[in-house]
Design a protein. Structure first.
Length: 267
């Protein structure tokens, strides 16, 4: 029986986050833009099969039962303790944040990250390579979102977007970044921000340049907020901008009626 854990380069007692991270990293290396591996298609098939089984709790339980007891390797070097001891080394502490996130210790990682941010010159980007930073930022954003700190989560995800636009890395998984940003912006941020502060966040999201459709969506959200603030003139202006980007913009018709601007031009 093929060992799906070995396909992903993991131990049998690894966490779900370990599985997702390893799969994401290995699939990226098989992308035709970065790999000339003639066996890439077969490797991708094996990775996908391993991912589908190990990320499904019931399938993984049955697979583990067939595989047998967990075989643990003898630990000769405790990398985490090594990093923890280097308290005055910002690079080691940054790597510890990433290590803990990868090993299902999100609360510890977030606590350390918050302590590191107290130093005005600190940035994870200074001490992790670009790809590690992007993966680390994504997992930190997940932790912030779980803790209800939506603005901090959005800030990290927005930085990932900026880096992805400079040079693609997330590729197939970038849709998940976009989806999380939209969930934060539409469902969660309105719980903690008033219209004016929310308005500035939507301006920032519209400026990210995710795609014409996404930019049009956030431009329409700007129009809705201007209408809420009693500025029908600006609401009409921004709805028109959104329609220029995406003529079939969802919800635009009803918003037109609310604004009272039935003659908004799309041309």
């Amino acid at each position: 029986m093929r060992n799906h854990y070995e396909v992903l380069g993991l131990e049998q007692d690894c966490s779900l986050e370990d599985i997702k991270s390893s799969f994401r990293n290995r699939v990226k290396k098989l992308h035709p833009d970065v790999s000339r591996d003639s066996g890439g298609v077969e490797k991708f098939r094996l990775l996908l099969a391993a991912y589908r089984i190990l990320t499904d709790a019931h399938k993984r339980e049955e697979y583990d039962r067939q595989l047998g007891p967990v075989k643990r390797k003898t630990v000769e070097f405790d990398y985490r303790e090594f990093l923890k001891a280097r308290t005055n080394d910002a690079q080691s502490q940054s790597r510890l944040v990433f290590f803990d996130l990868l090993h299902d210790q999100g609360e510890e990682a977030l606590e350390l990250y918050e302590k590191l941010l107290l130093h005005s010159q600190f940035s994870l980007e200074l001490f992790l390579d670009r790809e590690d930073f992007m993966d680390c930022a994504f997992m930190l954003a997940e932790e912030y979102e779980r803790g209800g700190k939506y603005l901090k989560a959005l800030g990290l995800l927005s930085r990932i977007v900026e880096l992805e636009r400079q040079k693609p890395y997330f590729r197939h998984f970038f849709e998940e970044v976009r989806s999380r940003i939209r969930t934060l912006a539409v469902l969660k941020l309105p719980r903690e921000l008033g219209p004016r502060e929310l308005l500035s966040r939507y301006f920032e999201l519209a400026a990210l340049g995710l795609s014409d459709g996404e930019t049009a969506f956030y431009t329409k959200k700007i129009a809705e907020l201007y209408l809420e603030l009693g500025r029908a003139d600006l609401a009409g202006e921004y709805l028109e901008r959104g329609l220029r980007l995406s003529p079939r913009l969802s919800g635009a018709g009803k918003l037109k009626e609310r604004i009272g601007c039935g003659q908004i031009s799309v041309g």
